[in-house]
Design a protein around this ligand. Structure first.
Ligand SMILES: O=C(O)CCC(=O)C(=O)O
Length: 277
């Protein structure tokens, strides 16, 4: 029996490649996390922007706690089984009125994994809707394996390479509307993207990208994992990451630098350019 989802929700995830919305916390709890994030942006913006939008859970206690939120861990267990680790996280922030967008893509394309059967919870810390530029999914597209992507390096495209899958039938797209404190989950191979933020408020999403069962290995780059639940991965060729003792702790910052260098080597493997994020 699933721990948090219903049997039909589990089936829907496997059929469609995503599930949304899932109630994770109250709006006021989400606002409290957002306030902590905005405080870090005000005082230490270098630790959460550009390349450091990646893996902020390794240096900020309130995002680390989110990565270990009981509901998230139960949902992930329902979808990929009891033994798994977290590979990374990304803060996807679109400022009010910014042109930033995310082209149609499949996450697993450049993650260098031996299997793509993994799951990403995406947590809304502000309203995520058509106006603010929510994610849209192409249901069932996770069943077609990886499709060729073109690397465009588009200026306003917030994906590393501006990678894009061509010929997507946009009439099939489903918008994932989330209030602050709700989340969606999506499969590593689903085609998805998002439009610019046309509103006067920020759109802030925190993607735990991704939780993966222990039988998935990195075949490009180093195996670096944060154990999340159940049995630990095999020790062989694995660096086990530590949770931050406190926010912006020196050893946590040093560890995150190493992880982000590995992240960049993986995501830009074979790329014609490297960007700042
Ligand atoms: O936040 C967005 O608009 C896109 C996020 C995304 O592509 C992802 O989490 O895989």
């Amino acid at each position: 029996m699933p721990k948090f989802l219903t049997d039909s929700e589990v089936k829907r995830y496997h059929d469609d490649g995503y599930l949304s919305p899932i109630d994770l916390m109250s709006e006021s709890d989400a606002a409290a996390i957002m306030a902590q994030l905005e405080e870090v942006e005000r005082l230490h913006s270098q630790h959460v922007h550009a390349e450091n939008r990646n893996n902020a859970h390794l240096v900020l206690s309130f995002l680390d706690e989110l990565a270990f939120h009981e509901i998230i861990l139960d949902v992930v267990e329902d979808l990929i089984g009891p033994d798994y680790s977290l590979w990374g996280s990304v803060l996807f922030i679109k400022e009010p009125g910014s042109k930033h967008f995310v082209s149609w893509h499949q996450d697993a394309t450049y993650m260098g994994m031996t299997s793509n059967n993994f799951v990403t919870p995406w947590i809304a810390l502000s309203p995520s809707n058509k106006e603010t530029g929510c994610m849209s999914m192409i249901p069932g597209s996770h069943r077609n394996a990886i499709i060729e992507h073109d690397d465009t390096y588009g200026k306003d495209n917030i994906l590393t390479r501006g990678q894009v899958v061509k010929d997507v039938d946009e009439s099939q797209a489903v918008d994932l509307i989330l209030r602050p404190g709700q989340m969606s989950v999506h499969h590593g191979e689903i085609i998805h993207g998002s439009q610019p933020n046309q509103s006067s408020q920020r759109r802030v999403g925190f993607a735990l990208q991704s939780y993966m069962p222990n039988n998935i290995d990195q075949h490009i780059g180093e195996n670096m994992w944060l154990h999340a639940r159940g049995k630990k991965r095999s020790q062989q060729n694995t660096t086990f990451l530590s949770r931050p003792a406190e926010s912006l702790d020196k050893s946590a910052l040093l560890q995150r630098d190493v992880v982000n260098k590995n992240f960049s080597d993986i995501l830009y493997h074979g790329a014609a350019q490297r960007r700042e994020y």
